[in-house]
Write a new protein. Structure first.
Length: 172
């Protein structure tokens, strides 16, 4: 079963209220789907992944895409981002937090590299999404860790449930 939750991507963009800017996409994977989605809409995107293959494949695929903005792929670990403080207008993590070992550390890094009044946007599977995408059940442990980690940085975290995801939206 192949699924591509475009509605989830559109909902994150809408929730951010951003029309332009520099965005970091954490855990972009080998398809670079969220990165390309953003760059096609005119954003300047830096996508990171800890997989060299993901970097190679996304760079190759980017040459085939019609991007209104820019795209750059970097090999990086989200627990120790190679960027300066306050560098990005928004930080996105779309379907990648379930691959992270230290969620709180990753979220701390997201806040560090996000500009003042910038956005942190995270979307990951709730239980229905985990079933649909054939991931093992989690009883919302990951989603609870994300929510608690975000709340340490900003008490005002907006949560939106979509068909397969729970989205977390907050400002720095």
């Amino acid at each position: 079963m192949e699924m591509d939750d475009l509605s989830g991507r559109r909902a994150l963009i809408k929730a951010s209220m951003l029309k332009k800017g520099r965005i970091l996409d954490i855990g972009m994977g080998d398809c670079g789907c969220m990165s390309f989605f953003l760059a096609k809409r005119g954003f300047d995107v830096v996508g990171i992944d800890r997989s060299l293959r993901a970097i190679h494949d996304s760079r190759k695929d980017a040459r085939k895409e019609r991007l209104r903005g820019s795209f750059e792929a970097k090999l990086a670990n989200a627990e120790d981002l190679p960027f300066t403080d306050n560098e990005f207008d928004a930080i996105f993590s779309y379907h990648s937090m379930h691959h992270m070992d230290k969620v709180a550390k990753v979220i701390g890094e997201m806040f560090r590299v996000c500009k003042r009044r910038g956005f942190i946007l995270i979307s990951d599977f709730h239980e229905k999404g985990r079933r649909a995408y054939k991931h093992k059940p989690d009883s919302s442990h990951l989603l609870n860790r994300i929510e608690k980690s975000l709340a340490k940085h900003n008490k005002s975290v907006r949560m939106v449930r979509t068909k397969y995801n729970m989205m977390f939206i907050c400002r720095k």
